[in-house]
Design a protein around this ligand. Structure first.
Ligand code: F6R
Length: 364
């Protein structure tokens, strides 16, 4: 049941901390604080390229993982949408690895992409929330997420759990490839261990998130901007807003704004800026200032340092806990999902069962 929650989606977002800690527990040794990936039938040192394929929200996990594997493990990564990848006839290198990411493990396009990768001689890993699913059965290695069942159509806690699996795997790959210092590895693991408590803080701030959502719920269009590893969080925010509230939304890498979307900036258009303090903070600050200078309505999601710096130029601001930039996308997935949820509730749409959508897309 929904417990005390008004919707399954709300209940499931309140289960983010548990989904993350249960998943962390199976991929981290709590005493040594080392990552404990499953045994793999290959050596990361020999892998020429990693391909990660998925659909929808799971694709955003794939895209975030691309940043992690490239940066930490110096491994070339292709992240591709299942429905495109399955038909593209992409060449795949001998010895390559393909990861399919899916809550259900049944999504037809992701499954077809997995099968294509198999024909290309890739070793198949799957990150699934349903361990007896079709994708799990067709993989060499299954890495389950321990998010528990998702009932609401919109995927929520599965995303943070997928990110935990992929983050620990990226650390393991980096260690195997000798591209990560012991000190930085310890910092990354410490940051991961903290995530459930930081997410709990975000959930405790839900009234403030709902207040921000009410300020965007009347908009016809909303833009979401992010940079680097948080760019896919802009995509997630936009997808969730459109599917739940039916408000038109677009996610963009903030640096692309000047190549077109800036033409849409008016005082009618809220622009949600996902801006944790990280190595790109100056870049995204200037993107927010550009929105402000053109009379737009920036909605800032940042930590106290970011809000102190940019809050005066924002139409609304939400203060997030400060975290290591490595885990920022896991943490910032939560407020963008909650914003969409509250905007939808304000509009009176069917949050758990949005029109035209199905939980599992098992046909093409
Ligand atoms: C969005 C959403 C969908 C799914 C997508 C993939 O909120 O829920 O975009 O993420 O249909 O589903 P799975 O993860 O089952 O492959």
């Amino acid at each position: 049941g929904k417990g005390n929650h008004r919707h399954f989606m709300l209940k499931e977002m309140h289960e983010h901390p548990e989904a993350v800690s249960n998943t962390l527990r199976s991929y981290l040794d709590p005493t040594t604080r080392a990552v404990t990936p499953p045994d793999l039938p290959f050596d990361w040192k020999d892998v020429p390229r990693l391909t990660i394929t998925a659909c929808g929200t799971a694709f955003y996990a794939a895209l975030i993982a691309k940043y992690w594997f490239e940066q930490l493990a110096r491994l070339p990564v292709e992240a591709d949408i299942g429905s495109e990848f399955r038909y593209r006839e992409a060449p795949m290198p001998a010895g390559g690895v393909c990861i399919a990411v899916s809550q259900s493990g049944e999504t037809a396009d992701t499954l077809a992409a997995l099968r294509y990768a198999k024909t290309q001689g890739q070793t198949i890993l799957s990150v699934v929330n349903v361990p007896e699913s079709a994708m799990a059965r067709e993989s060499s290695v299954v890495m389950p997420t321990l998010a528990g069942p998702e009932i609401a159509v919109a995927s929520t806690k599965a995303l943070t759990a997928q990110l935990v699996v992929l983050a620990t795997l990226a650390i393991a790959a980096a260690r195997a490839r000798g591209t990560l210092s012991r000190e930085r590895e310890a910092e990354l693991v410490a940051a991961l261990v903290e995530v459930p408590s930081r997410i709990a803080e975000v959930l405790n701030n839900d009234d403030a998130i709902a207040a921000v959502a009410h300020r965007i719920a009347d908009a016809r269009d909303v833009l979401y901007l992010g940079r680097g590893v948080c760019y896919p969080i802009a995509l997630e925010g936009a997808l969730k807003l459109k599917e739940l509230s039916y408000i038109h939304a677009e996610g963009y890498p903030a640096g692309e704004m000047k190549h077109g979307p800036i033409a849409l900036i008016t005082e009618e258009v809220p622009v949600v800026v996902v801006a944790p303090t990280d190595s790109l903070a100056d870049k995204i600050a200037s993107n927010l200032e550009q929105v402000h200078a053109r009379g737009g309505k920036p909605v800032l999601l940042s930590d106290a340092a970011g809000v102190a710096r940019l809050g005066a130029k924002a139409f609304a601001a939400l203060t997030m806990p400060a975290v290591d930039p490595f885990v920022a996308p896991i943490l910032y997935a939560v407020p963008v999902q909650l914003l969409a949820y509250h905007a939808a509730v304000a509009k009176g749409t069917d949050v758990d069962q949005p029109r035209n959508l199905a939980k599992s897309v098992v046909v093409e």
